[in-house]
Design a protein around this ligand. Structure first.
Ligand SMILES: Cc1cc2nc3c(=O)[nH]c(=O)nc-3n(C[C@H](O)[C@H](O)[C@H](O)COP(=O)(O)OP(=O)(O)OC[C@H]3O[C@@H](n4cnc5c(N)ncnc54)[C@H](O)[C@@H]3O)c2cc1C
Length: 478
């Protein structure tokens, strides 16, 4: 018996399992070449942009205080901001190079970071150019700003674009975002694309660094063109084509625990999707008004068998609606996405920790990955046992594959290791991890759940000595 509702952690020997798979020792992650390629592309293009500024006598213009220096700094901040804005769009365009190289979690973090810097550099660009031109022409900065907006080609559009970007940034500030429904926030956020689009003409019509050298003009046209094409192809074209090609339909819907629902889907040649355990799709169920709102759900079972299964905790309209889906309902997909798959493995053993619905992708990883009996340990965290998802699938893994399963239930601890329930107040989280996975160097750790739970757990994993490269995560948040 290896599922334990853990009030004490006995070291459990697995029951005699079947289907022992080949162990994997000391392998390099298959993700590394993608990460290297994606990082190289970003660095090369960023350096190229700075090189264009240097070639345009940017450095020389920095000597001495005055209008020219302010203007050249304005040009530099504008160039870097434009390049970052371009990456803002590209990173969210689901381009396979970035998806595989960085993973969704890292991309979401980068999106926030790049968004912050591109916005502030954009404001600096505006302020520096207004200051630089007004010093050179010896006129009032307000009059100079007015002159820019009304008399320079493309500037009226750029002003409208800036206003839209300000709207996107303001509504993304945490406090403002909490007040908005996810759907409203998302809709406003999409205005960012329009904002970026409106800013382009002024760069191409008036930007000295865009026009100075044919190489610069080619670079910017190419980058903007590639970005627009990436959005059209990867966010619209490919999902529509995949949905049509695979003709996915709801096969069955069942309850999963007290407050969960599982949906099984079938379609044509689903193996050709290339989905892996641990990945997620954005799903749209064409079941009536409101179907256009997509929701991300992870695969809750190994997809190589041909069926696609998701399991969700019912928290709002979108998830409750899953429970009333009828067999035969058409399903549109975007994906597969996500980085938290067996491809990331470097060690032989697996430690998987999931909270709430976070257990779903972990189960699909456990079903699809090779490991021997006792080499995989799953820790699930729920407020109560009745809320737990995927319990049947986990029991099957325990019985057939020799999975060790520990179930942590109850109220959250309020001090120290808050990822543990209060009944384990006597444990330091890091000690518990070392106790359950004594030979930690052999392990890859997969973590999925709400952000605060994950960050408390990450701190304890680090304290236990797990190297960051061995921790693979997917947060159920964007
Ligand atoms: C990569 C990823 C994988 C996920 N996998 C699963 C899973 O396997 N099982 C599961 O139960 N849940 C999963 N979720 C969470 C799930 O997408 C949300 O709980 C669901 O969209 C909530 O919709 P709602 O209308 O029921 O609730 P709402 O009341 O509208 O929202 C509840 C919460 O979910 C967030 N949310 C709402 N819509 C979305 C959306 N389209 N995208 C992202 N967040 C949203 C809101 O910000 C809010 O915090 C996943 C989320 C992400 C980002």
């Amino acid at each position: 018996m290896t599922t334990q509702t853990a009030t004490r952690f006995a070291s459990a020997a697995p029951a005699a399992p079947v289907g022992v798979a080949a162990p994997r020792v000391g392998i390099r992650s298959r993700r590394e070449p993608w990460t290297l390629a994606a990082t190289t592309v970003i660095w090369l293009t960023s350096l190229f942009v700075v090189a264009l500024w240097v070639a345009g006598a940017g450095v020389q213009s920095l000597v001495g205080w005055g209008g020219e220096m302010l203007t050249t700094l304005g040009r530099l901040t504008g160039l870097v901001s434009a390049n970052l804005l371009l990456y803002q769009v590209l990173l969210m365009a689901r381009v396979p190079l970035f998806e595989r190289g960085f993973g969704r979690d890292a991309i979401t973090r980068m999106h926030r970071w790049v968004g912050f810097w591109s916005f502030w550099l954009l404001l600096a660009h505006i302020a520096l150019l207004v200051a630089g031109y007004s010093v050179t022409a010896d006129i009032n900065p307000v009059a100079q700003a007015w002159d820019f907006v009304w008399n320079y080609p493309g500037m009226l559009l750029a002003t409208a674009g800036t206003a839209l970007l300000v709207l996107v940034v303001v509504t993304s500030i945490r406090r403002a975002r909490r007040r908005l429904r996810y759907e409203s926030w998302h809709l406003l956020h999409l205005y960012g694309y329009l904002g970026v689009g409106l800013a382009i003409p002024h760069m191409l019509w008036t930007g000295a660094d865009f026009l100075a050298h044919p190489l610069a003009t080619v670079y910017w046209w190419m980058m903007w063109g590639a970005t627009a094409a990436a959005v059209v192809v990867f966010r619209v074209g490919l999902p529509l084509w995949r949905s049509w090609r695979h003709d996915i339909r709801v096969h069955s819907v069942s309850r999963d625990g007290r407050s969960g629902v599982a949906v099984r889907m079938r379609g044509k040649r689903l193996q050709k999707l290339g989905a892996r355990g641990g990945q997620f799709f954005v799903w749209r169920f064409v079941d009536g008004p409101g179907w256009t709102r997509g929701h991300p759900f992870s695969l809750a079972a190994d997809p190589s068998g041909g069926d696609l299964v998701i399991a969700a905790t019912m928290v709002g309209d979108g998830t409750r609606r899953l429970a009333s889906l009828r067999p035969g309902t058409r399903v549109l997909i975007e994906g597969p996405y996500g980085h938290m798959t067996g491809e990331a493995r470097q060690g032989r053993k697996l430690l998987l920790l999931g909270a709430g619905a976070g257990v779903s992708p972990l189960v699909s990883i456990l079903e699809s990955e090779p490991y021997g009996p006792g080499e995989a340990t799953l820790i699930t965290r729920d407020h109560s046992g009745e809320d737990a998802l995927r319990t049947d699938a986990i029991a099957e893994l325990v019985r057939r594959r020799g999975l060790r399963h520990f179930q942590l239930v109850g109220q959250r601890r309020t001090d120290g290791s808050t990822w543990l329930p209060a009944v384990h107040a006597d444990w330091r989280g890091a000690d518990l991890i070392r106790h359950l996975a004594a030979d930690l160097d052999d392990y890859d750790v997969f973590v999925c759940g709400p952000l605060p739970w994950m960050s408390a757990l990450r701190a304890d994993l680090a304290a236990a000595g797990v190297r960051p490269a061995r921790i693979h995560t997917e947060a159920f948040a964007i």
